[in-house]
Design a protein around this ligand. Structure first.
Ligand code: G6P
Length: 474
């Protein structure tokens, strides 16, 4: 039986069925997966995740008990859950991504949304069943006294459900997102808000990326549940149990990142980008096309910068990589279109025969992203709210002499803010000014700041981040 288990919606691998019916496997995306993949393998963790696509479902159906590693795939110990597609869709799209994600990132346009009606209640029931399916699988797989690390907003109810089944287990929950302040969290129907908080409090240890998000969670527990909160020892006591709250600021593994970024496919992408932009200065951003990433205001800031600084025309290029994300949600499709419109306007206004001021790329390409990091002069990371933002940490590692323009609302600002050019993400004019400041920053200052950014970014690499949480469960 397994001694350490991880549960998350997205797993380390995904599958696609090709035309001849064969399955091909690729690495899953997103901050959570990049943080956990290596660690899970090294520690022989059993990873439980959901089948997300038809390809995943096809793979699960060939695997005994959903164990892909036992069906001959080189995945590390991995069990994928084949949750009925309609249930999965409501739990993942309607509740996790359209409700809990929106609440914790403060994304609602409140005059119109949210709208918690009878339909939401059906979606919520699906979210409950989806969480219960994870709790059941974990209860089946965990050895006596095992440690179970439940990840993220998709699985807020699982810790409490699992505790009922298996009181012998030591359970942790970790939030990779921000947490909303109580007055905003209270947009949720009262019983739903309470169930989410009590679900996480079913864990022995609830982890967050920054003290700010941990504080917001404790505030919610106090205000909405009437729980006893001790902010010094970081504990929440409720319904006869006490949960410890931990702050673990996930960082990057600098050596592994450099090793990957030195491979030939990255080098050839660097050469191709250099061919395309010449010796012009580069402002780089790399994001999923995600509402919280604030890409449109970032582009507007670049536009305002070009308007205010004609001396930079022809001498700078903005590389904006905005990779597809959550296209099942209409808000995301509209947002992608808005990003493309804004980019087109900038081109129409400023492009000349021999200067393309903006290169927008919407196709996911990891080696090209690494190449862009290495070439960056200024890295723009301006989310309206973000749990951590690993781009802000990877960039300074791969481009130690670049300047970082960083939103004060990104979790990363807690550790990197002192050495970055910190902006209010809603203030387009201030962001434009910061881009300019980054471009004209003296070499000596960039290098000095860059070294400190890289040190802070690598302070808690995934292995240590995970080990800290395991220790906290002992
Ligand atoms: C964020 C979440 C992760 C999630 C990732 C990608 O980083 O915290 O849990 O995996 O976004 O989102 P997706 O919906 O594509 O899994």
């Amino acid at each position: 039986m397994n001694a350490i288990l991880v549960a998350s919606n997205r797993g380390p691998f995904s599958f696609t069925t090709s035309e001849d019916g064969s399955l091909s496997m690729r690495r899953g995306g997103g901050g959570l997966v990049s943080g956990l993949s290596e660690v899970a393998r090294d520690l022989k963790v059993l990873w439980v995740c959901a089948a997300l696509s038809d390809g995943d479902r096809a793979a699960v159906r060939q695997a005994p008990g959903g164990r892909l590693d036992q069906a001959g795939y080189d995945t590390g110990a991995l069990r994928m859950l084949d949750i009925p597609p309609a249930t999965f869709h409501r739990a993942y799209n309607a509740v996790a991504n359209s409700t809990l994600w929106f609440v914790n990132h403060l994304l609602y346009d409140t005059p119109n949304t949210p709208h918690f009606d009878a339909r939401f209640r059906r979606e919520w029931e699906s979210y409950q069943s989806y969480n219960a399916a994870f709790a059941l699988a974990l209860a089946e797989e965990a050895g006596h006294g095992a440690r179970v690390m439940v990840q993220d907003y998709h699985l807020t109810l699982t810790p409490a459900m699992l505790r009922v089944e298996r009181p012998d287990l030591r359970i942790a929950h970790f939030s990779h997102t921000p947490w909303a302040p109580p007055e905003y969290f209270a947009l949720l129907p009262d019983d739903v808000a309470a169930e989410v908080l009590e679900g996480i409090l079913g864990a022995d240890h609830a982890g967050f990326l920054t003290a700010r998000w941990a504080g917001a969670f404790m505030d919610c527990c106090e205000r909405l549940l009437g729980a006893g909160v001790d902010r010094v020892s970081r504990t929440v006591s409720h319904a006869g149990r006490t949960t410890r709250i931990g702050v673990h600021g996930l960082g990057v593994d600098g050596e592994a990142l450099w090793a990957r970024a030195s491979e030939p496919d990255v080098e050839s992408n660097m050469a191709a980008l250099r061919d395309q932009v010449g010796d012009r200065k580069l402002i780089v951003r790399i994001d999923r096309t995600e509402l919280s990433k604030n890409i449109v205001r970032g582009l507007s800031a670049y536009r305002e910068f070009l308007g205010a600084h004609p001396e930079w025309h022809g001498r700078v290029v903005h590389l904006a990589f905005a990779y597809p994300s959550r296209h099942d949600l209409p808000e995301y499709r509209e947002y992608t279109a808005a990003v493309q419109r804004c980019a087109k306007e900038i081109e129409d206004e400023y492009a000349t025969e021999d200067w393309d001021p903006l290169i927008l790329n919407v196709n996911d390409d990891y080696p090209r992203s690494l190449a862009a990091y290495r070439l960056a002069d200024v890295l723009l990371v301006n989310p309206i709210r973000d749990g951590m933002n690993l781009v802000a940490k990877e960039g300074p590692v791969l481009s130690p002499d670049s300047a970082l323009v960083l939103s004060r609302e990104a979790g990363a600002a807690a550790e990197l803010g002192e050495h970055a050019l910190v902006v209010n993400p809603y203030d387009v004019t201030a962001t434009a000014a910061a881009l300019h400041r980054g471009l004209v920053m003296p070499e000596e200052e960039r290098v000095r700041r860059g070294a400190r950014l890289a040190a802070a970014a690598t302070a808690l690499p995934p292995h240590r981040w995970f080990a800290e949480q395991l220790t906290a469960l002992q």
